[in-house]
Ligand binder design. Structure first.
Ligand SMILES: *[C@@H]1O[C@H](CO)[C@@H](O)[C@H](O)[C@H]1NC(C)=O
Ligand SMILES: *[C@@H]1O[C@H](CO)[C@@H](O)[C@H](O)[C@H]1NC(C)=O
Ligand SMILES: *[C@@H]1O[C@H](CO)[C@@H](O)[C@H](O)[C@H]1NC(C)=O
Ligand SMILES: *[C@@H]1O[C@H](CO)[C@@H](O)[C@H](O)[C@H]1NC(C)=O
Ligand SMILES: *[C@@H]1O[C@H](CO)[C@@H](O)[C@H](O)[C@H]1NC(C)=O
Ligand SMILES: *[C@@H]1O[C@H](CO)[C@@H](O)[C@H](O)[C@H]1NC(C)=O
Ligand SMILES: *[C@@H]1O[C@H](CO)[C@@H](O)[C@H](O)[C@H]1NC(C)=O
Ligand SMILES: *[C@@H]1O[C@H](CO)[C@@H](O)[C@H](O)[C@H]1NC(C)=O
Ligand SMILES: *[C@@H]1O[C@H](CO)[C@@H](O)[C@H](O)[C@H]1NC(C)=O
Ligand SMILES: CC(=O)N[C@H]1CO[C@H](CO)[C@@H](O)[C@@H]1O
Length: 537
C-alpha cells in the first residue's frame, strides 16, 4: 500500500509516535538508508509520498553538519537548496516531474560554476566572491533535469595543478579532505570531496572533473563508480580549467546505473564548448540507462594489455586477475590487447601550455573579479602573498614551469608536441589497441588506467572491486595522511575508444551486478542522521 505523505504524517501523530527507537520500517514503509540508497529508491519514496525533496535536502544538510568537521568534503552548502527542493516538490505534487533526477540532491565540485549564491573557487581565495555571467552548462543541465545542486565539494586546490608539495584534497579555503575508509585517509584527488561525499551519503552523488585521474582516482579511494567521459561529451563552459584538450566533467556515484542517469543528464552539445560539437550522431546522446544490461558480458570481447601490466602480486593486481577470470566465466572472450608503445615518453607540454591560455579565458569571463587577476602571472603573485594560501610551503612549482615554458597553446611548438604525444598515447596506446583488436573494452587495474587515457581524451569507468587486506601496513605521508592501509578500496577499470560510453556502461553494469563488491565494507564512520530523524520519528 502506498500512503501519501500527508496522510502518513497524520497517521503517525495519531498513533502518538514518540521518536524513541526509530527503526527503518514504519507502517510497512521503509526509509532508505542514505549511505547506500539509489536514485530509483529515492524516486520510489518521493513518488509514494514517504518523504519529500525538502526532507531529503534537510537530511543531507544534517548529515553534512554531523561529519564535515572530520572529513571536510563539502566546502559550501547552497543557501537556496531548500527553496529549490520546495519548488520541485510542488511540481511533483501537481503531477509532473522533469525525469529520473527530479528532486535528487547532488553535490558538484568547486570548480564547476553556478550563477547563484555559491562561490566557485577551485579552493583558492583568488576566486572567493567572483561572479560568473550564467550557470556552467553542466550545472544548467542538472537543473533542467530537476536535480537539486545541494552544494559544492572540496577538492585538491586548482584540481591539483599548482604545487609539487601539496596534498590530495587540500585547498586553501576548504581545508583538508579526509577519506572515508580509514582515519586520516588520503582521499586521493583532485575530486576528493566529491568522492568522500558520495561515499558517506552526504548527497545522492556528485560531479567531479578529470584532466588525468581526478575522477577515477578519488572514485577508487572512495569505493565508488566513477565515469570519466570522452573529452567533449560534457561541456567545460564555466568550469575552472586546466586543459581544454583533457578536461572533462563526470559523475561519481555508488552504482553504475546512478552514474549513467547522471551522465545522461549532463552530456550534450553546448554552443560555448566546441569540443562538444563533434559528439557523434549529430549530438544525440545514447540511452545510457537502457545500456545497463546484466548480461552484457556474455558475448563481449574484453582486451587485456599484458605488456603494460608489471608482474606484481599485490591485492589490487590479484583482484584484477580475479575480475578478468570472472568476466571469462560470464562468457566474455578475453583478448590479448598489448599496447604498441608500452612505456610512453611524452612532452609534458600540453597541460602547461593549455593552462596558460585556458585560465586567462576563464578569468576573462567573470562578471565580477574581486582580485583583478587576469592571467597566470597575476595568480601566482596573489597566491605567493596571501597567507592562507600557505605559500611557500605549498609552492607554485607547476605554475612556475608553465610560465617558464614561455608559450601557450596557440604556438606551433604546442601543436608539434601535441601531435607527437597523441601518436604515442593514441596509436601507441589505448586507441591503437582497441582499433587493432576490435575489443569492446580494455580492462585494467583502475589505479593504472587514468594516465593511459588522459591525453587522448578517451573514456574510463571504474567499478569497485575489493579492499586492501586488514593487515596492510599503514603508510603515512609528510602531511600525516594515510596513503595506504587496511580496507583501502580498489577498482577495475573499463576503457574504450572515443565516445564508447554506452558500451562501457553496459559492461561495467554487468560486472557490478555480478560482483556487488562495494557493499562488502562500509566507511569507518557513517553519518547517523537519516530521513526518519528529520521527519520526526
Ligand atoms: C545498505 O546499508 C544498510 C545499513 O548499513 C545495510 O543493512 C544494507 O544491507 C545495505 N544495503 C545494500 C544493498 O548494500
Ligand atoms: C499544475 O499543472 C497544471 C497542468 O499541467 C498547470 O496548468 C498548472 O499551472 C500547474 N500548477 C502549478 C501551481 O504548477
Ligand atoms: C561565498 O563567499 C563569500 C565571501 O566572498 C561568502 O560571504 C559567502 O558566504 C560564500 N557563499 C556561500 C554560499 O558560502
Ligand atoms: C574552439 O573554440 C576556441 C575558443 O573559443 C577557438 O580558439 C578554437 O579555434 C575553436 N575550435 C574550433 C575547431 O572551432
Ligand atoms: C603481449 O605481451 C605479453 C607480455 O609482454 C607477451 O607475452 C605476449 O606475447 C604479447 N602478445 C602479443 C600478441 O604480442
Ligand atoms: C597566447 O600567446 C599568443 C602569442 O604570445 C598571444 O598573442 C595570445 O594572446 C595568448 N593567448 C592567451 C589566451 O593568453
Ligand atoms: C580591482 O580593480 C578595481 C577597478 O579598477 C578597483 O576598484 C579595485 O580596488 C581593484 N581590486 C583589487 C583587489 O586590486
Ligand atoms: C613541503 O611540505 C612539507 C610538509 O608540510 C614541509 O615540511 C616541507 O618544508 C615542504 N617543502 C618545501 C620545499 O617547502
Ligand atoms: C584505426 O585503424 C585504421 C585502419 O584500420 C587507421 O586508419 C586509423 O588511423 C586507426 N586509428 C587509430 C587511433 O589507431
Ligand atoms: C560547509 C562547510 O562545512 N564548509 C567548511 C569547509 O571548510 C572550511 C575550512 O575548514 C570551513 O570554513 C567551512 O565552514
Amino acid at each position: 500500500m502506498i500512503i501519501p505523505r500527508v496522510a502518513f504524517a497524520a497517521l503517525v501523530v495519531w498513533l502518538g509516535w514518540t521518536g524513541e527507537g526509530f527503526c527503518a520500517t514504519v507502517n510497512g514503509q521503509e526509509f532508505p538508508s542514505l549511505i547506500n540508497v539509489t536514485i530509483d529508491e529515492l524516486q520510489e519514496g518521493l513518488e509514494s509520498g514517504l518523504f519529500t525533496s525538502v526532507d531529503l535536502v534537510k537530511t543531507y544538510i544534517a548529515r553534512i553538519s554531523e561529519v564535515n568537521d572530520e572529513f571536510n568534503a563539502v566546502i559550501e552548502i547552497n543557501p537556496d537548496a531548500v527553496d529549490i527542493a520546495g519548488e520541485l516538490d510542488a511540481r511533483r505534487a501537481n503531477g509532473s516531474t522533469y525525469g529520473p533526477m527530479h528532486g535528487i540532491p547532488i553535490l558538484i565540485k568547486d570548480n564547476i560554476a553556478t550563477n547563484d549564491g555559491m562561490n566557485n573557487t577551485a579552493g583558492s581565495f583568488a576566486l572567493l566572491g567572483a561572479k560568473v555571467p550564467q550557470d556552467s552548462f553542466v550545472a544548467q543541465k542538472l537543473r533542467e533535469a530537476g536535480a537539486i545542486i545541494l552544494g559544492k565539494s572540496n577538492l585538491s586546490q586548482w584540481a591539483n595543478f599548482r604545487s609539487t608539495n601539496s596534498s590530495n584534497g587540500w585547498s586553501a579555503n576548504g581545508g583538508q579532505v579526509k577519506g572515508a575508509y580509514y582515519p586520516n585517509m588520503d582521499p586521493s584527488g583532485s575530486s576528493s570531496g566529491s568522492g568522500v561525499a558520495s561515499a558517506l551519503g552526504l548527497a545522492l552523488a556528485s560531479l567531479g572533473t578529470e584532466t588525468s585521474g581526478s575522477i577515477i582516482s578519488p572514485a577508487i579511494r572512495s569505493n565508488l563508480v566513477g565515469i570519466k567521459p570522452t573529452v567533449g561529451l560534457t561541456s567545460r563552459h564555466l568550469v575552472i580549467p586546466i586543459s581544454e584538450h583533457q578536461d572533462t566533467v563526470g559523475p561519481m556515484a555508488r552504482t553504475v546505473k546512478d552514474a549513467a542517469v547522471i551522465l545522461q543528464s549532463i552530456a550534450g552539445k553546448d554552443l560555448n564548448d566546441n569540443y562538444t560539437h563533434v559528439i557523434p550522431n549529430d549530438g544525440q546522446i545514447p540511452d545510457y540507462v537502457a545500456a545497463c544490461d546484466p548480461n552484457a558480458l556474455k558475448k563481449a570481447r574484453i582486451g587485456v594489455p599484458f605488456n603494460i601490466l608489471a608482474p606484481i602480486t599485490d591485492a589490487e593486481m590479484l583482484g584484477y586477475l580475479e575480475a578478468v577470470d570472472l568476466m571469462f566465466s560470464e562468457g566474455a572472450e578475453i583478448v590479448d590487447a598489448n599496447f604498441s608503445i608500452p612505456n610512453p615518453v611524452t612532452s609534458g607540454t600540453i597541460l602547461q601550455a593549455d593552462f596558460t591560455t585556458n585560465l586567462a579565458q576563464y578569468f576573462d569571463q567573470l562578471t565580477h573579479n574581486p582580485n583583478n587577476i587576469t592571467n597566470l602571472e597575476d595568480l601566482r603573485e596573489f597566491t605567493a602573498t596571501f597567507s592562507e594560501e600557505e605559500y611557500p610551503d605549498r609552492n607554485t612549482a607547476i605554475w612556475d614551469s608553465s610560465i617558464a615554458l614561455g608559450f601557450n597553446n596557440s604556438d606551433i611548438r604546442f601543436w608539434e608536441a601535441y601531435q607527437q604525444d597523441y601518436m604515442t598515447l593514441g596509436e601507441g596506446g589505448i586507441l591503437g589497441a582497441v582499433n587493432r583488436t576490435g575489443v569492446d573494452a580494455i580492462v585494467m587495474p583502475a589505479s593504472w588506467s587514468a594516465g593511459r587515457a588522459a591525453l587522448v581524451g578517451s573514456p574510463i569507468i571504474t567499478v569497485p572491486f575489493g579492499f586492501w587486506p586488514a593487515d596492510t601496513p599503514v603508510q603515512t605521508n609528510s602531511r600525516g595522511l594515510v596513503t595506504r592501509g587496511p580496507n583501502f578500496p580498489f577498482g577495475v577499470a573499463f576503457l574504450g575508444g572515443l565516445w564508447s560510453e554506452e558500451k562501457l556502461i553496459s559492461l561495467a553494469y554487468a560486472f557490478e551486478q555480478k560482483t556487488m563488491a562495494r557493499t562488502r565494507l562500509q566507511p569507518y564512520r557513517v553519518p547517523q542522521v537519516e530521513l526518519g530523524d528529520v521527519l520526526g520519528f
